[in-house]
Design a protein around this ligand. Structure first.
Ligand SMILES: [Fe+2]
Length: 198
């Protein structure tokens, strides 16, 4: 099949992502570059899968960048394996601080369901499921979920992913061996749905 190379538009600078990472690196004194590359890959893949760009939905374009930045943040910054809920709280606080709390529900559904071990069926299906698939394409990276191989290749040239994969495999195996029954609390069998307090 012929590849349409003009489709390989990669978004490689987003202000919220840049500011958040600057703050996080300063605060944690960690080099978060491999996580940051993961964030940019997930964001770009999600945009592609959900067919969103800066012109057709500017606000969602930004919300997805922010959600990508926060989605595994509490693990990579603080090495907390039970990271979904604390990452989600910080995501909601951030959205509130920039006047976008009306998008909190959608952002939380994306973040809280991104390790759901089956197809997500629920509110905002298209975006939430695209976010879940985008993360899966990046890790473990077994399936492409319809993403064009040329686009994926370009994305991985722009944001190299080998270090990230080695780190995540290594840390996951270590954690699993340490506590095989409860060591990976971020994996979800059932979808997270909004509660009354959301
Ligand atoms: Fe992730």
């Amino acid at each position: 099949m012929k590849t349409n190379k003009t489709e390989a538009r990669i978004y490689n600078f987003q202000e919220d992502i840049e500011t958040l990472f600057q703050d996080w690196e300063k605060e944690s004194k960690r080099n978060l570059i491999d996580y940051k590359f993961h964030v940019y890959r997930v964001w770009n893949l999600c945009l592609k899968l959900a067919n969103i760009n800066e012109s057709n939905d500017q606000e969602l374009f930004r919300i997805l960048a922010i959600t990508s930045a926060f989605h595994d943040s509490e693990y990579f910054i603080y090495r907390n394996w039970d990271y979904l809920e604390p990452s989600n709280i910080k995501l909601k606080n951030y959205l509130e601080s920039i006047g976008l709390s009306h998008q909190s529900n959608l952002a939380s559904l994306c973040l809280m369901n991104h390790h759901l071990m089956k197809v997500y069926r629920g509110p905002h299906f298209r975006v939430v499921e695209s976010f879940r698939k985008a993360d899966l394409i990046d890790f473990p990276g077994i399936r492409r979920h319809g993403i064009d191989p040329y686009f994926l290749k370009q994305l991985r040239i722009e944001y190299p992913y080998m270090n990230f994969r080695i780190i995540v495999w290594w840390e996951t195996i270590k954690q699993f061996l340490k506590s095989p029954f409860s060591g990976l609390p971020m994996l979800r069998k059932n979808p997270y749905l909004l509660t009354i307090k959301d």
